[in-house]
Design a protein around this ligand. Structure first.
Ligand SMILES: Nc1ncnc2c1ncn2[C@@H]1O[C@H](COP(=O)(O)OP(=O)(O)OP(=O)(O)O)[C@@H](O)[C@H]1O
Ligand SMILES: [Mg+2]
Length: 232
């Protein structure tokens, strides 16, 4: 279980996140939606200890993460797929998967071949260098790389950005499959369509503050929130 309370995050003097309280229960699937610049990526980076200065409580299974380096957080089973994907351009698709290390309780990890069987669009590109993949192909590889680590918490930063609609549809199944083994999900997105298919609970962020937290049906009923913060 991930428990964030009273999180304030800063880039230098800029105060970006203001008192965020957010929980992802064990096996739970939660979305954080908001417009450009709302603070979604800053929130995920704060969870990983990768960039912004964070004040407040971040706990994973009761452990305080604040003093832990990003790699140590990853070793606890937190798999972060950042906005820029961080695919290694001079390694092949296969090698990008081969080098993933498991976390302390990952058990037997799937082989790259087994993971590629789950990503039919990637499979034929096994020997292609990461650096020449299209944006969408890199996004699939980033998701495959998260899946192979057998994560306990999947942190996705706008995985559907720039993807063709048919690939977005397929990606719903990928995310659901990864979450099936009890992995929790925190999904940052702008696509409501994708988010509601992947999660049960939703937070809306605006200017670094949560302005709504509830079930999707509750968000549908909150017309003022939809209009004001999401533009629907
Ligand atoms: N490295 C940085 N230094 C200073 N300010 C930053 C930095 N990164 C982001 N910001 C600012 O923090 C705010 C939140 O940005 P963030 O990237 O978290 O938004 P986001 O919700 O992920 O937006 P998007 O949907 O466009 O990715 C923005 O005002 C942005 O300009
Ligand atoms: Mg972002």
């Amino acid at each position: 279980m991930l428990e964030v309370s009273g999180l304030n995050s800063y880039y230098g003097e800029s105060h970006i996140l203001h008192g965020i309280d957010l929980t992802v229960p064990a096996g739970g699937r939660v979305a954080l939606i908001g417009r450009n610049g709302a603070g979604k990526s800053t929130f995920l980076k704060s969870l990983m200890g990768a960039g912004p200065t964070a004040r407040g409580e971040i706990r994973w299974d009761g452990r305080n993460l604040k003093a832990m380096a990003p790699y140590a957080r990853a070793r606890l089973g937190m798999a972060f797929v950042p906005e820029d994907r961080r695919i290694l351009g001079n390694l092949t698709v296969f090698e990008n998967l081969k080098i993933v290390r498991g976390h302390t309780s990952s058990g037997r990890m799937a082989t790259p071949e087994e993971i590629l069987d789950q990503f039919p669009l990637l499979k034929p590109l096994k020997e292609r260098l990461g650096g020449v993949l299209s944006g969408g192909q890199q996004q699939l590889l980033a998701l495959a790389r998260a899946e192979i680590s057998n994560p306990r918490l999947l942190l996705l930063d706008e995985p559907t950005e720039g993807l063709a609609p048919v690939i977005v549809e397929n990606m719903v199944a990928d995310v659901q499959r990864i979450c099936r083994n009890g992995c929790s999900l925190l999904l940052c997105e702008q696509s409501l369509w994708f988010s509601r298919r992947c999660t049960d609970y939703v937070h809306v962020i605006d200017s670094g503050r949560l302005v709504f937290s509830g079930l999707w049906q509750e968000l549908d009923a909150a017309e003022d929130v939809m209009k004001r913060y999401i533009g629907i």
